[in-house]
Design a protein around this ligand. Structure first.
Ligand code: GTP
Ligand code: SPV
Ligand code: MN
Length: 570
């Protein structure tokens, strides 16, 4: 691997500060993976799982380090206004002071790994190369699965590449910093070794830094799955769906059509991040920058997601799951067993509490997925038919709702209110506004982000239609909608609408299906509830949206106007 001078100079400058014993340049080979893994097996960072899970390992993270730390995530833009009201801001100089203080000698007696990586198909004009340095072998083996690393990446590195500096540090949550310097395309992270805090290519680069690049270059970097659906006549439709963390992206991306949909096919392109560019034909084309899944384990089983279960049977890293007596990974949702070692390493009966951490995850190669789209590595990406927004809401939000036009669709996304999940630290279940599922990931002023979305409406007439879904309506603590594979029925209705067919009822908040439009085994009264638009509840929802808009300081005129129109219609 020929090391580029700009990379070498930068790596040396980081090493001058952090004082590692050794510098290891990752080439991405299997033998390299195995030797790093060997080291972790010896020091107990990793545990080998049952041989029926070929080449699979378990890692238990520190108990203070189990999810993204949003409160410790910072945008170090020139001004506070640039970061906007939804980000924690640090002046860049203060960020650098923290770096100078916390990183001095932090890699003493440790190896610093240098990981050149590419986000996106190697030959795509939309891909981006970056370099992460880290002293965490756990991060190395995860990135080997999650991104395309090594020689090919080094070749793709251009001047001004995205740089990530990560150090494990003490894991002290109070001194944890995940800092982003958008103008320098620089990420600095210390005192966490978990997921989006430490695998800097994922949320930090492919969403936060990319969001600022996308804004200035006229494209979109989104927290979206990408799904291909083919109908029995061979016509293909592409969906890009934004649901907040732990709200169903991976599961929808891995959907199987229900048995009566003979001839229909569903294939995966991405499960978490989409980069979208306007094509010459005015359509939006999406690529998946990632090379692996970092998926939520609990709830995943043969019934809900057989495709995930098949994918994770080999070459997979499990983080914070439980393990059975014979070394099989286990979590809530898998068939009951009487005794497991829980995610903290203690023996327990899963009847007595949660054995796997609710945010426990699998890291697994995307190319092992059984129904990968043949367009997964298409350099131009796939043309999106429909955008879908959604999130967890026990009440009010109907199963599916179609926007009237682009502006209304942007309003729907911008005002998404969802229940918090375990994917980030914080109170699970509390409702917060999470615009386009990007609240934790948009690295600039959210109103400018809305403006950016609206601007596409002026650039093209061939944009995707926008829909809003909610799989999570509950009554007496039970889900009203079966979800998972049954969500395909909703996709079918969306396709019908995109084709200019399909019955719909116009309501103040958008078009909803007629009662009998969505099939399946859902009792009539449940279906009625799922599709009902409760004017009183929606008025209160719009009041909350109004408060949200006020809290942002400034909001694009068309969104404020749309709010007034909906309020009046209600
Ligand atoms: P991130 O990786 O954090 O961005 O999450 P995600 O959006 O990919 O969520 P994922 O698909 O992993 O789902 C999170 C949890 O929601 C899992 O426990 C799933 O089993 C559950 N889930 C997913 N889809 C459905 C659904 O249609 N209905 C119900 N009830 N639960 C679902
Ligand atoms: C999310 O929280 O949206 C994730 C997991 O996809 S993490 O990579 O930890 O951010
Ligand atoms: Mn995610």
């Amino acid at each position: 691997m020929e090391i580029k001078k700009e990379v070498l100079d930068w790596v040396n400058s980081v090493a001058d500060y952090t004082k590692p014993d050794k510098i290891h340049w990752m080439d991405g080979s299997d033998s390299e993976f195995n030797s790093i893994m060997e080291k972790m097996l010896k020091d107990g960072t990793m545990e080998k799982l049952n041989a029926s899970y070929k080449n699979c390992y378990l890692h238990r993270s520190h108990q203070n380090d189990v999810a993204r730390s949003e409160a410790r995530t910072f945008i170090c833009s020139e001004t506070k206004e640039d970061a906007g009201p939804l980000n924690n801001w640090l002046p860049p100089a203060e960020g650098k002071t923290i770096y100078n203080k916390l990183f001095v000698g932090c890699m003493k007696n440790r190896t610093m790994y240098v990981i050149p990586y590419v986000m996106g198909p190697i030959d795509s004009p939309y891909s981006q190369a970056g370099v992460q340095v880290t002293d965490s072998p756990y991060v190395c083996v995860n990135l080997k699965i999650m991104t395309r690393i090594g020689k090919k990446a080094m070749e793709k590195i251009k001047s001004g590449f995205v740089r990530g500096i990560h150090a494990t540090g003490s894991l002290n949550p109070e001194e944890r910093y995940i800092m982003h310097f958008p103008s320098e395309k620089l990420i600095i992270s210390i005192n966490s070794n978990y997921g989006g805090n430490a695998l800097l290519s994922k949320k930090c680069h492919a969403l936060r830094i990319a969001s600022t690049m996308a804004k200035s270059e006229g494209w979109l970097a989104e927290h979206m799955l990408i799904l291909e659906v083919e109908n029995p006549h061979g016509k293909k439709y592409y969906f890009a769906a934004a649901f907040p963390s732990a709200s169903g992206k991976t599961n929808l991306a891995m959907i199987n059509p229900p048995s009566e949909y003979s001839g229909w096919k569903a294939r995966l392109i991405g499960d978490d991040i989409a980069w979208l560019h306007l094509g010459k034909d005015g359509r939006l084309y999406a690529i998946n920058p990632e090379y692996g899944f970092f998926g939520v384990a609990p709830g995943t089983n043969e019934k809900t997601n057989p495709n995930a279960m098949e994918t994770i049977k080999k070459n997979t890293l499990f983080t914070n799951v439980a393990v059975t007596k014979d070394g099989m990974p286990w979590w809530e949702g898998i068939e009951p067993v009487s005794e497991v070692t829980d995610w903290t390493g203690k023996k327990m009966d899963p009847k007595d509490g949660k054995a796997a951490h609710p945010n426990s995850r699998f890291t697994t190669p995307i190319i092992q997925y059984p129904h990968l789209s043949s367009h997964y590595e298409d350099p131009q990406g796939v043309p999106i038919t429909a955008f879908i927004f959604g999130g967890r809401r026990e009440s009010l939000i109907p199963l599916v709702c179609e926007s009237f036009d682009w502006e209304h669709g942007v309003f729907m996304g911008a005002t998404m209110g969802v229940e918090q999940t375990a994917a980030a630290e914080g109170k699970v279940g509390e409702i917060r506004r999470d615009p386009m599922a990007m609240r934790p990931f948009c690295a600039y002023h959210i109103s400018d982000y809305f403006e950016h979305w609206l601007s596409f409406g002026k650039k093209s007439t061939q944009l995707p239609k926008i829909f809003y879904v909610n799989w999570f309506r509950k009554e007496n603590g039970k889900f009203l909608w079966p979800g998972y594979g049954d969500n395909f029925r909703v996709l079918e209705w969306i396709i019908e609408r995109c084709e200019g067919r399909g019955e719909a009822v116009k309501t103040p908040i958008g078009n909803v299906p007629q009662k009998d439009a969505i099939g399946g085994n859902v009792p009539n009264d449940a279906m009625e509830k799922l599709l009902h638009v409760d004017a009183g509840g929606w008025k209160r929802e719009m009041e909350d949206v109004e408060r949200f808009f006020s809290s942002l300081g400034r909001v694009p005129g068309p969104l404020k106007k749309r709010l007034e129109v909906i309020k009046k219609a209600l």
